[in-house]
Ligand binder design. Structure first.
Ligand SMILES: [Zn+2]
Length: 140
């Protein structure tokens, strides 16, 4: 648990939440009403405090993705969602609002024109062979 982390406080019971699931390694709950993008928009949060995908252990990510899948299936079964958009922001400059790893699972319906997927494109320029640079950064 990290001092001052709102998600750690929430999971320790210090703050109320609209729980969807509370398991050993990962929890799921609704965001605050004013920030919900769609009915059933759910946050999936590992119990262990890590900031983003960069510092999360593999088993933490696996548990989170397992819960993402279960929330997606629940949105389909309970809300009639035809799909979900899964969003994550990790690290400075990403738009991450709470510095504790979390995934947004946003139900989508084929007849609903709203899409949670971002429509903008970055204007940032990186010169050279981007795929080659990424390949070169892999260890092992
Ligand atoms: Zn935390």
């Amino acid at each position: 648990m990290a001092d001052g982390c709102v998600f750690c406080s929430l999971m320790s019971g210090d703050l109320p939440a609209q729980w969807v699931a509370q398991e050993t390694d990962v929890v799921a709950f609704l965001p605050l009403p004013g920030s919900s993008l769609a009915p059933g928009h759910t946050l999936v949060v590992p119990r262990v405090h890590c900031v983003g995908v960069q510092d999360a252990a593999g088993d933490v990510l696996a548990a989170a993705m397992g819960m993402v899948r279960r929330v997606a299936l629940a949105a389909q079964a309970a809300l009639g969602a035809s799909g979900v958009c899964v969003l994550n922001a990790s690290g400075p400059g990403s738009g991450q609002s709470v510095a504790h790893l979390h995934f947004h699972v946003v139900p989508q319906w084929e007849d609903d024109p709203f899409l949670a997927w971002p429509e903008g494109r970055s204007g940032w320029v990186v010169e050279g062979d981007v795929a080659g640079a990424l390949r070169g950064a892999f260890e092992g």
